[in-house]
Design a protein around this ligand. Sequence first.
Ligand code: NAD
Length: 486
Amino acid sequence: MAAQAFRLLIAGEQVGGDRGTYDIVNPATETVVGQAPEASTAQVEAAAEAAADAFPAWSRTTPEERAALLDRAADLLRERMDELIPLVQAETGATMRVAKTMQVPTCIERFRRYARGALEPATIPLPPSEMPTTALAPGGIMGAIAVRQPVGVVACITPYNFPIVNMAGKIGPALAMGNTVVVKPAPQDPLAVTVFGEVLRDAGFPPGVVNVITGSGADAGQALVASEHVDMVSFTGSTPVGRAIGEVAGRDMKRLLLELGGKGAGIVFDDADLATAIGTISSVWAFHSGQICTAPTRVIAQRGVYDQVVAGLQKAAGRLKVGDPLEPDTVVGPLISDVQRSRVEALIAAGVEQGGELVVGGQRPDLATGFYVAPTLIAGCKPDNAAVQQEFFGPVVVVVPFDDEDEAVAVANGTEFGLYDYVFTADTARAMRVARQLRTGNVGINTAQRNHEAPFGGFKMSGVGRDGGSFGLHAYSELQSIVWPG
Ligand code: NAD
């Protein structure tokens, strides 16, 4: 694997980085997985220009042509699955189970979904409207339609947890709607995305329609967001970076889709099925070591079940095998990097210093290599504790007690985030009542399962805009009104 050359894709050509390469490190073994190209600012600009040049012709292709290419790309991804799974696994540190069942298959599913999506109607008929005569024009019955038009060049910038899945969730709907793209994966795990770019080229997307750039620092993303050729930025990542992107993009009216940080509340009422609640919350530890923006990391437990919830979570955490992601029974793998591990450890320490009780975890597991943090539970937290307010993006659950429904809602809404909350209760009416009061883009009732057709996105500092299902197609389009006399 280390001998493979990973390349940028600019205007249909696979090229090396003008500034050489940098090492991608396996977070479990701390060995080098491969070398990623270090793109120069000029290469970023060339990629954006290529996307702008390719836009007029691509935007005029038929939906059927675009659907066929997206389907072809899904076929080629499937053919290269055996190569992609170990590569994504090695660069992300995901457990084999997550790499095999989610990282690559979900990417393929997204392309299939948006191959169908390309064929969804892009014209919305509107009822004729009777208009009086004015100084502007004679009156009459005015017909109208709203047409979804592509936005133009979309910069797709992603974080490190699900590199090709996240990218597919952006590229799929963007291409289906007739946009061209420049994609910039995270510095930590960009290798599979470069292969993904090759797959799209091989599938027959014309030169410039898809461009891939990589780099070890923030500068490649910064240059891309600032480029005059970019019409829209679709960004998934942290709230501070999203805010910085919003400031730059706002100056030129670049369209924005921002999917940012989260601090998912899991409200557990006294009447909840505790096995379900505890199982769902344990996914924070079991699913990609908590490097998931939607995870229920902030448990808000009613006092009648508080002790049982804490004891149940403590037991669950102790049962999970932490270690080599390649071993089939490993549940908790490493964090992406030493830097991220240090950040998580510092926030655990702050949480305890501010009165949280460290019930389990908090230390590095006894392993020779890897950026591991043991599954950690901090109970008895006050709502203003830093560990309750800030995002860990790691295998850490905090617990806050509450007395009544109003308090639960207030605590749940009491962070700057609003991405994904969960309600555990046997009372359906209460679940719906509480859900409607939560200032969050998504609510799961007694489950962490998703419906991929539902709109996905954040309230407050968790972002702007929605994707998911057909909403993803809408996100990558601009509405144009066409009006005529009937
Ligand atoms: P990050 O914000 O540090 O980086 C994300 C991407 O932005 C990377 O590709 C990075 O190189 C790039 N970048 C950094 N500075 C930039 C700048 N000034 N201009 C343009 N691009 C820039 O995020 P991360 O540490 O890779 O990922 C973790 C974060 O992502 C967490 O906050 C998590 O909640 C969030 N996330 C959100 C979602 C969601 O759907 N809401 C999904 C996954 C992850």
